[in-house]
Design a protein around this ligand. Structure first.
Ligand code: DGL
Length: 285
């Protein structure tokens, strides 16, 4: 049995890399739904169905826990799948299985508070000066869900959240676009967010796993010293705690690493190879 990692494409590799560093002995299967990437401009029902189909393939391939290494799938599909699909799947497979998302750990990292924390309501008439601004760069679907604004606001009244949808950016990263082109797109979005807020944010969340591949471009487009919330580390910390609390999941320990795609099998782009540190090949799912 393995840990499954799912994304529309190569973005989830950023999470996978951190998870394999943290749990080197565990077995991992990575599935990229490249036949249907990118997800960010798709409608809600489509995202739910594609995510369900991807998870099903991973469970069939031997995963016992699937990490949705995709903000779009976590924002749109996770709750539906956990509530309406996982219970019957457990019965059908006759073993414990689960799907986990990456937004909860990211919000914990962005707020510095556990997910269970709920801030007291602000008494009527009182004003809270938002002293810090968090910018969230994400896909159009994640921005439309408003998940980061809603969940951070429940916990921290002193943080203002502004999302900047970056339609097209995940697709360009998926295609392995040249760094010069990506750098212009990233700078344009950083500037658009600055104009929306009236100044640069104090912190930024890279709220699409594809963007982590070009985290350095965000870091250099933002003012020096802007804190970046990195999802991969936040997710690895959360998974560590999850496995400690849930020993019921069977997890293999042979260090197996499988990379499969619904798209074209073969070598991934030079951009991915550069991020990964060596060429990376996906097999046909
Ligand atoms: N990497 C994904 C995310 O975190 C999906 C990007 C896309 O397919 O549009 O949102």
């Amino acid at each position: 049995m393995a840990i499954g990692v799912f994304d529309s494409g190569v973005g989830g590799l950023t999470v996978h890399r951190e998870l394999t560093r943290r749990f080197p002995e565990r077995d991992f299967i990575y599935l990229a739904d490249q036949a249907n990437a990118p997800y960010g401009g798709r409608g809600g029902e489509e995202i739910v169905e594609l995510t369900r189909a991807g998870c099903e393939r991973l469970f069939e391939a031997g995963a016992s826990v699937v990490v949705l290494a995709c903000n779009t799938a976590s924002a749109i599909a996770l709750r539906r799948l956990q509530q309406t699909w996982i219970p019957s799947l457990r019965e059908r497979l006759g073993r414990p299985v689960n799907v986990l998302g990456i937004i909860v750990p990211t919000i914990e990292a962005a707020t510095g508070l556990p997910w269970t924390y709920e801030a007291e309501a602000v008494p009527e008439g009182d004003k809270v000066a938002a002293i810090d601004i968090t910018g969230v760069f994400c896909t159009a679907a994640t921005a439309l869900s408003r998940v980061y604004e809603i969940e951070i606001d429940k916990r921290r009244h002193d943080l203002a959240v502004f999302a900047e949808p970056c339609p097209g950016l995940a697709g360009l990263i998926e295609l392995g676009a040249p760094v010069e082109e990506l750098s212009v797109v990233v700078s344009d979005h950083v500037d658009a967010l600055r104009r929306k807020i009236g100044r640069h944010p104090d912190k930024a969340v890279l709220g699409c796993t594809h963007y982590e591949i070009v985290a350095e471009l965000f870091a250099s487009a933002l003012p020096a010293g802007t804190e970046l919330i990195h999802q991969p580390t936040a997710v690895a910390d959360a998974l560590d705690r999850y496995f400690a609390a849930h020993p019921e999941y069977a997890l293999g320990e042979t260090g197996r690493r499988d990379f499969i795609t619904t798209g074209q099998a073969g070598a991934q782009s030079a951009l991915v190879a550069q991020f990964w540190g060596e060429p990376l090949t996906f097999e046909q799912a």
